[in-house]
Design a protein around this ligand. Structure first.
Ligand code: G6P
Length: 367
């Protein structure tokens, strides 16, 4: 089937804009309205006797795994290891009993991820995968494949597959939390309601497109950009930096906010844009105190927060992007939107080939 740009200038723009719609599709499958429980395909999986989860992936899918680690550990109290497939496969990691192995891949064909999966066959109790292509090798070789329903993704830089991966992984973490007795029916139903609200919330985030485009004009003049985030915003900072470097060719790095004083603060000067991802959540005060360390050194802070956060701490920032408020656990799915739009508009301002950045491939099927 031929996929067109649907009136957008680039596939990436179209795929960013499609997110409310495709996420609604994923939600419809995993959290059907008639029940306040997570529904998995086929035989599903029971997490009650599981002692450990090992997650393996590459690129953006890897950052989806890092995000999911926070969910599985905090909500389901399940210890998680996350690894880059090319490291995992040659390290010969021991896989103790009662371990589930989970592989995340948009294409389902990434060579390193597939090799890591094959390494776990016969060793892990069960092989799960989160994929966009249900006929792919990774899906076929798993005991249970969880489709993300993102539809074909053409832009090399992953956008809608990332947020759909996150949505499915959050649903899976909630399933694990219920199985393991860490989530009451009331709490589960609160999550379900919040998740069902995501398509609307993402649509209002997309309304910040013009504000982000203006910010991107300024960012496009930078040589380096730093991304900072704490907690669930840390993996998103990693993804934001990856997106920016992939398509705009601006050097970008991400740090956990708390690591600022262990190195990157030395780089801060008046030329350094620092993107601070900080919803007004339980870690806001900590994150703002790191942001103030950047401001004190004349760093240009691009603060991405909600109205309360901006009112409280946004006075001296270079620019502020306003997101809607969501339940704390859902924030990475929402904050992915401004991270993607920032990379997109910066690349457009620089005139790079957004959909097919130099040297990169959509799917890396060779080592
Ligand atoms: C390539 C793509 C990325 C993708 C990564 C993993 O590097 O450019 O967008 O995140 O591969 O691909 P996968 O298909 O396994 O998710």
């Amino acid at each position: 089937t031929q996929v067109d740009k649907g009136g957008h200038k680039h596939f990436m723009a179209k795929e960013i804009a499609e997110q409310p719609h495709v996420i609604a599709e994923a939600i419809r499958h995993y959290l059907p309205v008639e029940e306040d429980a997570v529904r998995l395909p086929g035989e599903g999986v029971d997490f009650s006797g599981v002692e450990r989860l090992t997650m393996v992936a590459c690129g953006t899918a890897y950052y989806a795994c890092v995000t999911a680690k926070y969910w599985f550990e905090q909500i389901a109290r399940l210890p998680v290891e996350v690894d880059i497939a090319s490291e995992f496969r040659y390290r010969e990691p021991p896989i103790p009993g009662k371990t589930l192995a989970l592989f995340v891949s948009q294409s389902g064909e990434t060579a390193d991820t597939l090799a890591a999966l094959r390494y776990c066959q016969e060793k892990a109790d069960k092989i799960l995968s989160v994929v966009n292509v249900p006929e792919s090798s990774i899906a076929r070789e798993s005991d249970l494949a969880l489709p993300i329903f993102a539809g074909p993704e053409i832009g090399v830089a992953s956008t809608k597959a990332f947020t759909c991966q996150l949505t499915v992984l959050l649903a899976l973490a909630l399933k694990a939390a219920c199985d393991r007795g860490h989530l009451s029916p009331e709490e589960m139903s609160e999550y379900a309601t919040a998740i069902r609200g995501l398509p609307n919330v993402l649509s209002s985030a997309l309304e910040q497109n013009e504000a982000i485009r203006l910010a991107a004009q300024k960012v496009s003049e930078a040589r380096d950009v730093l991304f900072l985030g704490r907690g669930l915003m840390f993996p998103l900072a990693l993804e934001g930096a990856l997106k920016l470097k992939e398509i705009s060719y601006i050097h970008a790095e991400a740090y956990a906010s708390g690591e600022l004083k262990h190195g990157p603060i030395a780089l801060i000067d008046k030329n350094m844009p620092v993107v601070v991802l900080t919803p007004r959540d339980s870690l806001f005060d900590k994150s703002v105190s790191n942001m103030q360390e950047v401001l004190a050194r004349k760093g240009k802070v691009l603060m991405i927060s909600d109205q309360d956060g901006i009112d409280e701490a946004g006075d001296d920032v270079w620019c502020a992007i306003r997101m809607p408020r969501v339940k704390e656990a859902l924030s990475p799915i929402l904050y992915a939107i401004p991270a993607q739009l920032l990379a997109y508009h910066t690349a457009v301002a620089k005139g790079t080939d957004v959909d097919q950045p130099r040297n990169l491939a959509k799917s890396v099927t060779v080592e």
